[in-house]
Design a protein around this ligand. Structure first.
Ligand SMILES: Nc1ncnc2c1ncn2[C@@H]1O[C@H](COP(=O)(O)OP(=O)(O)OP(=O)(O)O)[C@@H](O)[C@H]1O
Ligand SMILES: O=C(O)[C@H](O)CO
Length: 617
């Protein structure tokens, strides 16, 4: 019997050895393993863990009972040993060997890479991950995930609403048409009427792009009103806002108002407080934006000048039940600021608004009507008691955001053989600082030796400038460090947000293309592709600034590639001409051009770091 068992053991070990040699198992387990490690593994398995003493006798007993052949026993044994080793907790004394053979517990935070035999290039994988991020926040997808229909009721964010042909719908924003089309599919039979305010020309564009599933039915009860050409409020958008206000004002307590909100909603819902004219309001917001005001500052001012923003729409809809489904395009998903928060009752503090205007040196040039409205004190609306009580009854739900896009990108990353780590969905600040940060992180991740401590110190110093917490930076560096030192294989850093570009020239470009270009320069000197890191930056709306590209993909070879083609990057940066540059470089092959995506949850950044081969000393 002993001889037979030893034979079985030998067959099992040979089988294991062949698996390792054939690299199949290594790829499956994301292992960097070579002949040198195998003896460590064996000593660990058979000596340190005492597997022979505990597991194997009962295994042989079972095998004999079922009269298995030696080959089957060998196969099963190797399989069980591997599974056992793969799943059991870490033994610190063997941390070094273990780090070579399987993932550590930090994976609980960042996710375990899936088995893959990916032959795609880094560039193609980056594009695929971007597509997955965008797909996750498609207007129809986010609606489908947030409304659960059961007979004559719907469940939204854990709350059930009864449908009795009492459903009304309004919406405003760039993604709202597709959201409304899906609502119509799910609860159209209870829909009484609706008005949505959507960008000028969107229906025709969707038809041209073969996206008719994002269009309403022909005989729809929802009225589509297009306006806000070039993302600026205009008379068409104001007419739509009036229609929405009228619909909301006519509702009763038996009604349910579904409000669909997405980025661009502020411009599509202009309802200036009289006597402010649309032109007066446009003048203020345009000058604020040109002076570099943030979207938060801009929307605080918009709220103060509008009838419908800052909770105005919810006020007009009272006493109906109001449910707002929101696709967020603002960092941190602040309900009161996305599209200026029409369903979120927010107090307007004239002092705060004036201080924003002062910051951008605007108060003196304000129109008399704007000054008049800002000078008003007291509550914005005459609220009755039951309305004030009911205000908490408005349900605001964020159904899609940059975080959702990054989460799905993370799953796709795993399928493509990378270990994902999400840095933050709130990256902001100047692209120069943001590109420096990614450059440092790439350097940190790809260094073959221990990276100098100055890198981590500078990363942490940059954190506040780019809106990223120290904790997130440390967590990310830990994962990148493990990828580097412990044989975890390739890593993909994911982030999102909305950095800014200080325009110094008059070229064609966008913040994503400029960021990608700058990161490409930062990556210079790191190992070149196919082994060096690759960076992608793309706007999820498919349009980066006033260009038809969403962003670009770069790596450390960018500079030399440009030089070889007679393109000089320094001039490109001073002219903010990143789009022209990428269009000319290698026939535009580095551009990311997904076309109109029909959604917007800001930008997605991706740093793909290939596996660093491990030397065993
Ligand atoms: N030539 C350029 N190079 C770099 N960035 C530019 C250039 N021209 C415009 N931008 C930047 O593009 C941004 C505007 O682009 P875009 O229209 O994609 O903005 P957005 O914030 O995504 O709009 P929204 O999300 O409301 O659709 C601004 O931040 C502006 O500084
Ligand atoms: O519409 C707006 O206000 C911006 O897109 C932010 O949501």
């Amino acid at each position: 019997m002993l001889i037979t068992n030893i034979q079985v053991l030998v067959i099992g070990l040979v089988f294991l050895w062949l698996l390792f040699k054939s690299k199949i198992l290594c790829t499956w387990m994301r292992i960097k393993l070579d002949a040198e490690v195998f003896p460590h593994l064996l000593s660990f398995v058979f000596v340190q863990r005492g597997i022979v003493g505990v597991l194997i006798p009962s295994f042989f007993e079972a095998c004999n009972k079922f009269q298995m052949s030696s080959h089957v026993k060998g196969f099963l044994l190797s399989f069980f040993v591997l599974i056992h080793e793969f799943l059991r907790p870490i033994d610190p004394s063997m941390a070094r060997v273990l780090s070579l053979i399987r993932p550590q517990p930090i994976l609980a935070l960042v996710g375990r890479p899936k088995p893959t035999f990916c032959k795609m290039s880094m560039d193609s994988r980056a594009r695929k991950v971007f597509a997955a991020a965008v797909e996750a926040v498609q207007p129809d997808t986010v609606i489908r995930k947030s409304i659960e229909r059961t007979e004559d009721s719907v469940l939204i964010d854990g709350r059930r609403f009864t449908l009795k042909h009492n459903l009304h719908l309004v919406g405003f924003g760039k993604a709202v048409l597709g959201m409304a089309a899906e609502v119509e599919r799910i609860v159209g039979d209870h829909l009484v009427n609706g008005v949505i305010s959507v960008p000028h020309g969107i229906q025709q564009t969707l038809r041209q792009h073969g996206k008719s599933h994002l269009l309403l039915k022909e005989n729809s009860r929802i009225k589509v009103m297009e306006g806000a050409k070039h993302n600026l409020p205009d008379d068409d958008a104001q007419r739509a806002a009036e229609g929405i206000k009228r619909l909301a004002s006519e509702l009763t307590e038996d009604d349910l108002l579904l409000v669909l909100i997405s980025g661009g909603g502020s411009a599509l819902l202009p309802a200036p407080i009289p006597p402010i004219s649309l032109q007066d309001k446009l003048d203020v917001t345009r000058r604020l934006a040109a002076a570099g005001a943030t979207i938060q500052e801009l929307n605080k001012v918009r709220r103060a000048l509008s009838l419908l923003k800052g909770g105005g729409l919810a006020h007009y809809a009272h006493p109906a039940q109001v449910v707002a489904l929101i696709l967020s395009d603002v960092i941190g998903d602040p309900l009161d600021l996305i599209a200026s928060g029409p369903t979120v009752r927010s107090e307007v503090w004239p002092e705060e608004v004036l201080s924003i205007l002062e910051r951008y040196k605007l108060p003196d040039s304000l129109s008399a009507s704007v000054k008049d409205v800002l000078a008003r004190r007291g509550p914005r609306w005459k609220e009755n008691k039951d309305e004030a009580e009911a205000s908490g009854d408005v349900l605001n739900v964020v159904i899609g955001s940059n975080s959702v896009a990054l989460q799905c990108a993370g799953c796709c990353v795993r399928d493509l053989g990378f270990r994902p780590v999400v840095l933050s969905p709130g990256v902001c600040g100047d692209v120069k600082s943001v590109s420096r940060l990614y450059g440092l992180l790439a350097r940190f991740a790809s260094s073959r030796e221990e990276p100098p401590p100055e890198i981590a110190a500078e990363v942490l110093r940059l954190g506040p400038e780019v809106g990223v917490e120290s904790w997130d930076l440390c967590r990310t560096m830990q994962v990148l460090g493990e990828g580097r030192t412990e044989g975890w294989g390739a890593t993909c850093l994911l982030a999102g947000g909305e950095p800014t570009v200080e325009l110094t020239g008059s070229g064609r470009g966008g913040r994503n293309q400029e960021l990608a270009l700058r990161v490409g320069l930062e990556l210079r000197g790191l190992e070149l592709p196919p082994k060096g890191p690759v960076f992608l930056s793309g706007g999820t709306d498919g349009q980066d600034g006033p260009t038809e590209a969403a962003g670009a993909i770069t790596d450390g070879g960018l500079y030399d590639e440009a030089q070889a083609q007679g393109l000089y990057i320094d001039n490109v940066l001073t002219d903010n001409d990143s789009h022209t540059f990428f269009s000319h470089l290698s026939d535009g092959k580095r551009l990311l051009v997904p076309g109109l995506t029909c959604t917007n949850v800001m930008d997605v950044h991706m740093l793909l770091v290939p596996a660093i081969p491990i030397k065993i000393s």
